[in-house]
Write a protein that binds this ligand. Structure first.
Ligand SMILES: Cc1cc2nc3c(=O)[nH]c(=O)nc-3n(C[C@H](O)[C@H](O)[C@H](O)COP(=O)(O)OP(=O)(O)OC[C@H]3O[C@@H](n4cnc5c(N)ncnc54)[C@H](O)[C@@H]3O)c2cc1C
Length: 447
């Protein structure tokens, strides 16, 4: 891919693979090439503008710019400075969390916040203000950003710090305020790369809320929920809590024998039967180890899906939607119950259905997704109209509860749903770079 002229391709899809469209791709390797690449990208696609692109782990269309230009960042992956005394690390925005962890874990540091895959860039983590299993204690990724470099399409290079309104727009700003060139992040000190983990089975949704309340003292909490369970068993699952162990060494090892999905799975592979069998087995496994504290390496604890490369091909060629919502505390029990009922009735949903409570720490971005309450995330194979109808039913529940959906996981929410969930969206527009755009933004802001 060239820096000067770009390469037209439809090969760059996002993680859910539902949208395939041509984009003009620029892939600069050095920071001093960025202003030229940005100028060339803007000039080449005046109507559709440009969008930064990281490792494409966003699910829908927020990281895509069909017919427009994209600036691929993963070659900008160098560390710039690190001071162990202040724990401040400065690195280029295309550096992946995987590469960063491999460097910092042996030195006794960890990411302050990490999403469920480590194959994301620093720039992507900022632009979606990502959250992790420690949201109740640590808040979002953006809370740990101490400074960043932002390149605007007019060639201005800015250094932004907390308190600057443009930083509040850039954190969670979906890549629309300019190109983040570097990020300065405060790291977390750790004594060991081993995690102390305890799993506990809960038999219904009330059981989940009881465990979430009782686990506030654990650094990391998350639950898997059986999305097919109905009636008295609705909302049953496995609650998992963890903390960094005090001993056990500092190792940043890759898991042995990475598995790979060799091809797209056929459409029938994921159905009510296979899902039911998986959920029953998984629950039985959880019951066997329920209540026992185990020591596990950090990789499988934080990134269980990273062990299978390209697992998104499991959903077949038509791809899949992820649906991640958050609903505020006052409505969380009823809304979560109503969503799980609708999903179980439809017999849809994924192997990995995740439930977690977000804590009260405010998110720093104008368009950050996390807010206090309960978040539910599931994948749905793209079966066309029936899938879209189910997701519309879930929209109505989330909206009624005063909740919102996560743009990083979205590929279809109606404009009205976005605007209701993100009332700051209009003010955000003042901070947008006039030449930056995305398919998502065109969908929700200019319907
Ligand atoms: C298995 C899996 C688990 C996940 N778990 C979580 C989770 O637990 N919590 C969570 O919050 N998210 C989670 N995600 C979503 C993921 O963390 C986000 O979508 C993340 O932003 C992806 O980063 P990326 O580098 O792949 O960026 P992309 O997906 O390529 O881009 C994401 C956004 O960042 C913008 N962007 C990228 N680089 C820059 C830059 N240099 N400057 C400005 N903007 C930029 C893009 O324009 C786009 O809007 C998960 C995703 C997967 C696949």
């Amino acid at each position: 891919m060239s820096t000067a002229r770009g390469l037209e391709t439809s090969a760059l899809t996002s993680w859910g693979r539902t949208l395939r469209a041509p984009q003009l791709v620029f892939a600069p390797s050095w920071r001093d090439e960025l202003p030229g690449a940005l100028r060339a990208a803007v000039a080449a696609r005046p109507g559709h503008g440009v969008l930064p692109m990281g490792l494409r782990r966003s699910y829908g269309d927020s990281g895509l710019n069909p017919e427009g230009a994209v600036l691929l960042t993963p070659a900008l992956d160098r560390t710039i400075a690190f001071d162990p005394a202040t724990r401040l690390l400065r690195a280029e925005a295309g550096l992946s969390l995987a590469a960063l962890l491999a460097w910092i874990v042996p030195r006794g540091f960890f990411l302050p916040v990490t999403p469920g895959t480590r194959h994301v860039t620093l720039g992507g983590a900022v632009a979606n203000d990502v959250h992790g299993k420690n949201h109740h204690g640590a808040g979002t990724f953006g809370r740990w950003v101490r400074a960043l470099g932002l390149l605007r399409s007019d060639g201005t290079a800015l250094e932004l710090r907390p308190g600057d309104p443009l930083l509040a727009a850039t954190i969670g700003g979906l890549g629309l305020t300019g190109l983040v060139t570097w990020v300065e992040l405060e790291l977390l000190p750790i004594a060991s790369s081993v995690m102390q983990v305890e799993d506990e089975v809960f038999e219904d949704l009330d059981g989940f809320f009881r465990l979430a309340e009782a686990s506030a003292g654990w650094d990391y909490t998350v639950a898997w929920v059986d999305c097919l369970a109905k009636g008295a068993a609705l909302g049953r699952g496995i609650f998992s809590r963890g903390r960094h162990a005090a001993a056990g060494g500092l190792r940043a090892v890759e898991p042995p024998g990475l598995l790979r999905m060799p091809m797209d799975a056929p459409g029938f592979a994921l159905n009510r039967l296979t899902l039911g069998a998986f959920n029953a087995l998984y629950l039985a496994m959880g019951r066997r180890r329920s209540g026992r504290v185990r020591q596990v390496p950090y990789l499988p604890f934080f990134y269980p899906l990273d062990g299978i490369a390209q697992w998104n091909r499991l959903y077949g060629r038509r791809g899949f939607f992820q649906y991640q919502s958050v609903v505020p505390p006052a409505a969380q029990r009823e809304a979560t119950r109503a969503m799980l009922t609708a999903i179980a009735q439809a017999g849809e949903g994924s192997f990995l259905a995740v439930l977690k409570t977000f804590g009260p720490l405010p998110s720093p971005g104008l368009l950050s997704f996390p807010m206090e309450g309960t978040t539910l995330a599931l994948d749905f194979a793209n079966r066309g109209a029936p899938t879209l109808a189910l997701l519309a039913r879930l929209d109505a529940i989330v909206r009624e509860a005063g909740g919102r959906l996560y743009p990083a996981k979205d590929g279809r929410m109606p404009a009205a749903m976005f605007r209701a969930g993100y009332p700051a969206w209009e003010g955000f527009q003042e901070h947008m770079d006039p030449h930056f755009s995305s398919a998502f933004w065109r969908r929700v802001a200019q319907p």
